[in-house]
Design a protein around this ligand. Structure first.
Ligand SMILES: Nc1ncnc2c1ncn2[C@@H]1O[C@H](COP(=O)(O)OP(=O)(O)OP(=O)(O)O)[C@@H](O)[C@H]1O
Length: 291
């Protein structure tokens, strides 16, 4: 049986490739043939997955951060491939992997990925595209997408967001309209997070109440607020105390739509997201994650 290993050579500090020989050895010992694929252009990943014969593989392993997993999952589901998914958390933040408490130590993670213990995971769908951990829109998105992997590696995740937060004062709030069976909102916001997992951008207390397989998304709307309230709000987010903040609206739902007339960026797991209007749903327990 074969195991497809898709690795991003630049994720995190780009050190994953040093472990390839060890990984191949361990899987070979278990009678499994590792078939590596190095990510590069999105079209190449799509083509490789389109040619995969699911029956020849026992699992798909991904080495990278959330952006890499996002791209792989989108391609796998496009071609209806439902193999178990294993993760080497070698990105910068690894928010999705962190949900499952996956270890970073290579020996430990190989042990897990050789095993057959799984946790089912919901995934979100925005228009035609899937997200594994978080969909977001508003000002922070622009900051995160403009920060290249190299800079992220050197600054660290929190640092680059904190760096970016300085830009908040320069950026105008945007008018959005949110409709769902749980809540309707029409007003000015700074940003909005649609969470499947618990953490985003390395902030690990964003959605402590979220569950990855409850069939629901946790929505956080950060409303327009005076500049002097931004620093306390950021502190509250870091400490996971923002849910009761007057500038924050939180609710759970299985679907919503979001629209705006402004020019607002969207983001799926750190990758540039789709255009408005957004129709967001959750597909319960769609992924089988090796844990
Ligand atoms: N060979 C490559 N060279 C340069 N960039 C690449 C290559 N392969 C993939 N990428 C890019 O890497 C990005 C994904 O990085 P990823 O999110 O996995 O890592 P990260 O940013 O270090 O981690 P995290 O999302 O956890 O912060 C994608 O935008 C993808 O286009």
């Amino acid at each position: 049986m074969k195991v497809k290993l898709i690795y991003n050579p630049v994720s995190g500090h780009g050190r994953f490739k040093n472990h390839l020989d060890y990984i191949i050895e361990k899987f070979q010992e278990a009678g499994l043939q590792i078939e590596p694929f190095r990510t590069g252009k999105k079209e190449e990943l799509d083509k490789m997955i389109s040619l995969m014969n699911e029956k020849e593989y026992s699992k798909v392993l991904v080495a990278g951060g959330d952006g890499t997993i996002n791209q792989v999952v989108n391609c796998l589901l496009k071609y209806n491939i439902t193999l178990p998914l294993g993760i080497f958390p070698v990105g910068t933040a690894n928010d999705y992997a962190q949900y499952f408490n996956l270890p970073h130590e290579i020996e430990e993670i190989v042990e897990i990925l050789l095993g057959d213990h799984y946790t089912l995971s919901d995934i979100g769908l925005v228009n035609e595209r899937y997200f594994i951990n978080v969909a977001s829109l508003g000002v922070l998105i622009d900051i995160s997408q403009r920060t290249n992997t190299e800079l992220k590696n050197s600054l660290g995740v929190l640092a680059y967001y904190l760096n970016g937060i300085g830009e908040l004062s320069k950026i105008k709030p945007v008018q959005i309209r949110v409709n769902s069976e749980m809540l309707n909102y029409d007003g000015e916001i700074l940003f909005m997070l649609i969470m499947n997992g618990k953490s985003a951008g390395g902030f690990n207390k964003i959605a402590p109440c979220a569950s990855i397989n409850d069939g629901l998304l946790d929505i956080f709307i950060f409303k327009k607020c005076p500049i002097y309230e931004l620093a306390p709000l950021l502190l509250a987010v870091i400490n996971g105390e923002h849910i009761n903040n007057l500038n924050v609206i939180h609710f759970k739902t299985k679907e919503l739509t979001v629209d705006t007339k402004n020019d607002v960026g969207t983001d799926l797991d750190g990758e540039e997201g789709p255009l408005f209007p957004l129709k967001v749903t959750v597909i319960p327990k769609k992924l089988k994650i090796i844990t």
